[in-house]
Design a protein around this ligand. Structure first.
Ligand SMILES: [Zn+2]
Length: 403
């Protein structure tokens, strides 16, 4: 037993701080590790040498600001994490290692009306296929991050009522998948994972306060406050789609009228173009036509942008994020949608909040959620197993993990 405060427990705590910093960032120079952990350069240097000798980290030469530096990352074969993302029409799985390398990734269509049992069976099959294809050892799976298109109650891990996957309401997704894969599973909603993905690998890198806006069959936001996802007790934080824009507007699926969603989500936007463009249009199609110069599609996308911008202006006034990242198909419209968003923010947000905000398209496209799921698995895993080289199945419990 180590006595708290003793020399050896202090050393152990420092080791864990360094491993955690590297695990979350993917790779860091020794100077960056010192900045992130608050440890002295000499301590970091000693710890990195010890971790390298123990096979936990790899050190490669790099350059930082034109100077030679040493880049530290976790050893590629130290463990495996898996990301699983359920969308309303797809299932996507990625297998990654602790050095933040994606080893395999695949997406397949998923029928919205399929039962949750079928959905989880399909996820299990796809995970198994990718594990086999990459040839990694199943025993090295340190954890799974799982994204679902609905709010997750933080305490119970239950999926709240959702109009997107009605057959899934009330189930505990992490438990379902854990039962099939036999490894710890951590769950969150897709907008939060999109935010996490962009934060770690995409347009949110280096930012601590960010909102990720996802426009698909609904409109949601993942909020990162001071570097952490903010969920609220019911997991419903960031439901920006249900901000009221027009009290006399169309009835929303939430029962209210004139929500942002009724001005921006596909099912409300597509019918606007039916008289002029016929049926069979998709959001992706509208974006493509708009980019090709179609005036009707450009007008619709600009209107959607202005409405999203009103919602973002509210968000700005409340949370003052430094960056808003637009994800989903709509982001492909680039300035055609971002310009009108910025215009509305400029008009409706407090000038001092708007001034600090940059609005960017997502860098990860449709992969943001599954990569966010990998980031979730990475952030929730414990370090003791890495340091002790023990079995990876026994990780410390996190808020809504099933270990
Ligand atoms: Zn609503």
């Amino acid at each position: 037993m180590e006595t708290p405060g003793s020399q050896s427990s202090l050393h152990r705590a420092n080791l864990e701080r360094v491993v955690r910093a590297v695990r979350l960032a993917g790779s860091l120079t020794q100077a960056e590790i010192a900045r992130t952990t608050g440890l002295s350069a000499a301590t970091v240097s000693n710890i990195v040498r010890e971790l390298k000798n123990g096979g936990t980290v790899e050190v490669t030469p790099t350059s930082a600001g034109g100077r030679r530096a040493r880049s530290v990352s976790l050893s590629g074969d130290a463990g495996i994490v898996i990301g699983v993302d359920f969308g309303h029409t797809h299932l996507r799985v990625a297998v990654g290692n602790l050095a933040h390398q994606v080893l395999a990734e695949e997406s397949e269509p998923l029928d919205v009306d399929a039962s949750s049992d079928q959905g989880f069976d399909r996820a299990e099959q796809l995970v198994s296929r990718l594990i086999t294809a990459t040839g990694v050892d199943r025993a090295k799976i340190a954890g799974v991050g799982l994204g679902v298109p609905g709010p997750i109650d933080v305490e119970s891990g239950t999926l709240g009522s959702t109009a997107i996957l009605p057959g899934w309401s009330g189930i505990r997704p992490a438990e379902e998948l854990r039962g099939r894969l036999g490894v710890p599973v951590h769950v969150d909603n897709d907008a939060n994972l999109g935010a996490l993905g962009e934060l770690v690998w995409g347009s949110g890198r280096g930012v601590r306060d960010l909102a990720y806006i996802k426009v698909a069959s609904g409109v949601g936001a993942g909020l990162v406050i001071n570097g952490k996802i903010y969920r609220g007790p019911g997991g419903t934080a960031g439901e920006i789609g249900h901000i009221t824009l027009d009290e006399g507007g169309p009835v929303c699926r939430c029962g209210n009228r004139g929500c942002l969603e009724t001005f921006a989500a596909a099912r409300y936007v597509l019918p606007l173009l039916q008289p002029s463009h016929g049926t069979g249009l998709t959001m992706e199609g509208i974006v493509r036509l708009a980019r090709d110069g179609d005036p009707g599609c450009r007008r619709v996308i600009a209107d959607v942008g202005r409405h999203i911008g009103s919602g973002v202006a509210h968000l700005c006034n409340l949370l003052n994020p430094s960056r808003v990242v637009l994800g989903g198909d709509l982001a492909e419209a680039g300035e055609l949608v971002l310009g009108p968003i910025r215009e509305s923010v400029g008009r409706y947000a407090i000038p001092s909040a708007a001034r600090r905000l940059t609005v960017l398209p997502g860098a990860l496209g449709g992969r943001a959620e599954v990569l966010g799921a990998l980031a979730l698995a990475l952030s929730e895993m414990g370090d003791s197993t890495l340091l002790d080289g023990g079995a990876t199945g026994a990780l410390p419990a996190a808020t809504h993990a099933f270990t």
